[in-house]
Design a binder for this molecule. Sequence first.
Ligand code: ADP
Length: 485
Amino acid sequence: MTILLASAELEHFAKVGGLADISAALPIGWEKLGHDPIIVLPKYACISESDSITLIDMHIELSICSHTVHVYKSHIQHTMIPVYLLECDELYQRPGIYGNPDGYVDNDLRFYVLCKAAFEIMIKLHISPDVISAHDYHTALLLPLLKLDYAHHPLFARTKGILTIHNAQYQGWYDNYRMHDISNWDFLNDSFESWFLFNNSFNALYAGINFSDAIVAVSPGYAMEVLTEQFGEGLEQVFQQYQYKLHGILNGVNYESWKPEKDEYLNKHFSPNHLEGKYEGKQILIERSFSKNRHNDSLPLFGIVSRFTSQKGLDILNGCIEQFLHEESQRLVVLGSGDKRYQEYFTQLQKRFPTVCSYTQGYDESLAHAILAYSDFFLMPSAFEPCGLTQIYAMNYGTIPIVRKVGGLKDTVLDFDSNPMNGNGLVFTDFSSEELAKCIERAISCHTDKQMMNILIQNAMQSHFPISATAEQYVKLFNSLRDTH
Ligand code: ADP
């Protein structure tokens, strides 16, 4: 099967969060099953030729919405999976991917061009994809393009379109008139508006849902949650209407990139039977992170690696973490950036508790790996979490996740106290500082009991969510759609 995937992010090329990881991992999984994935991505300013990225000029020039797009070819690292990169300086040669904090004002055009270019590249290369795999609102417009603009093109006549929703909070609310000019879709006409306009405004995710052959939510838990007012982000009735084509497929991990035995970002390696490297790595991380010299103590190390948004539960953390830092019953090492108020909060916290709190602002791949691998506990008290990958990575390094029972966290982390045989983390239910505090207390007390801690570590390290299983479920879904005409 030929599977065309377009995404706003891709690991090793352009990354903000988990979308990048899964956009690379899924094609790797599909290829191992014998399929032919093809990826299309903008050539952002952060992407240039390097040791890990080769760029081949395809000498393909596309003209889309009065912009000229040049196409380069690269590959996913360590594979031959093609990545077609769109060079268009006016649209993509800017800092970052989306533009912070509110997004670039022409994101409607930037992502529409990405979607349209994906089709035009297929035409230039005479490739007929069996499946088009769209991801979040950025590439949701692949689906109206498939069903309207390219429906009668022989290369796409049998192509099925699937929309994967990684986060329904971001929907791509675009200006109706701008989008009408960009796309030429006739949604300002009454009979057509319900396909594109939600509450009278253009909504890219909503349009993608309407025109998709199937919708995937990134965990079974999240697939149930989006049907409810609490998690549906206003689209719950739409999801209910389309429940017949809504599937929950748990994201998986490409463990080649996240292996304690040979993680290329780590100096100290380890395995379930030889954890010495984890503890040596923890010591190095502590020495590097904390300014004062009380390094050799037995305090448990708690880690956070996160995009800073209210989704991640940092408000309930704020309500309880100071008590632990004040009494010096733990260390906290934080890496992240995003909403200014959280950046300022952690900057202040570090200033007040320099011996036990360390904050690094920004994006740092190697520090992210070190925190995930060498901490004792990983904090993820999310308000909602469609899947979450960091808790899965953490577990593979024997770092115990402390999570709220929600979305994909619920599907991947089992509370140790309730399941002493196979519990792989610590779980709480209510979104409150009190509940989180109790969970942190449990963690601190667990940490004093070496035997118990070791069982927990072993359980976590045996919890595997490989991308092969995820890729297989997608392929099953693709096959079921191909049987329907
Ligand atoms: P989300 O997609 O909501 O951001 P996930 O847990 O699914 O959350 O994935 C987050 C991914 O982004 C992980 O690979 C994590 O290591 C990475 N990440 C998040 N913040 C940073 C950061 N500041 N520096 C480096 N990597 C980060």
